[in-house]
Design a protein around this ligand. Structure first.
Ligand code: PGA
Length: 257
């Protein structure tokens, strides 16, 4: 990370876990062990229905709340969907877009990801744009080309002043929920390439101000080493963000650098 130029952001991605009651309990447990001063921003992204409970529970802890998805249309006949304005109006700050599970199970593509990025920015939300390669793609040596394409597609048509508001999360699919982490060098190599793509699109100033996270089995044991990398500006954390003690250890690791 590099605090001079950009924010360090530790974000939990709860996926389809925890009820509203469990959200409240998590916040209470976290409160008892949370460090007083934080040198990083902390975000919890939770299921839509738990957002009001999360906003109430995390307010005192100065933890921002994020959503895990949105729909790109502003309103209308889209049964079951949630718009960017609905999230913004509640007090949501961040929204995960294009997580590999959404790409895999819900048919999201680089095109829908781009539409969602525009919708989020239009509403004043910070998108956390997920990119990452499968094991097969890594073995075929196409990781860098694929990631560059995912980043370029996600940012298509986004002007520079809005690009600064985006967060990118590099999440190798083979490391998500598998216990297999990318090495710190592998993570930094791809995060650095993401920054190079942003530099190519928007120039050096924007590139150095964008927060680029690593995600994929980040845990209290490997967090410090990953976060010490110059281009890894935080983490998007699944499993370890469900447990207050583990989540705090990762926040502490971000605090130490
Ligand atoms: P994990 O999930 O930390 O459980 O690997 C990360 C993610 O999918 O965002």
């Amino acid at each position: 990370m590099n605090r001079r130029y950009r924010k360090t952001i530790i974000a939990g991605n709860w996926k389809m876990n925890k009820t509203a009651t469990e959200t409240k309990k998590f916040a209470e447990d976290l409160k008892a062990i949370m460090p007083k001063a934080k040198w990083c921003d902390v975000v919890i992204c939770c299921p839509f229905v738990n957002i009001p409970a999360a906003l109430r529970a995390f307010k005192d802890l100065r933890i921002a709340v994020g959503a895990e998805n949105l729909f790109y249309e502003p309103s209308g006949a889209y049964t079951g969907e949630v718009s960017a304005d609905m999230l913004k109006d509640l007090g949501v700050k961040y929204v995960i877009i294009g997580h590999s599970e959404r790409r895999q199970y819900f048919g999201e593509t680089d095109v829908t990801v781009n539409k969602k990025v525009h919708a989020a920015l239009e509403a004043g939300l910070h998108p956390i744009i997920c990119v990452g390669e499968s094991l097969e793609q890594r073995e075929m040596n196409i990781t860098m080309d694929l990631i560059a394409l995912q980043v370029k597609s996600a940012f298509a048509g986004v002007p520079a002043e809005k690009a600064r508001k985006c967060v990118v999360a590099y999440e190798p699919i083979w490391a998500i929920g598998t216990g297999k982490t990318a090495t710190a060098e592998q993570a930094n190599e791809v995060c650095n390439a993401i920054r190079a793509t942003i530099r190519h699109l928007y120039g050096a100033r924007v590139a150095r101000s964008v927060t680029i996270q690593y995600g994929g089995s980040m845990n209290p044991k490997n967090a410090a080493e990953l976060l010490a990398q110059p281009d890894v500006d935080g983490g998007l954390i699944g499993g370890a963000a469900l447990k207050p003690d583990q989540f705090v250890e990762i926040i502490n690791a971000a605090n130490q650098e």
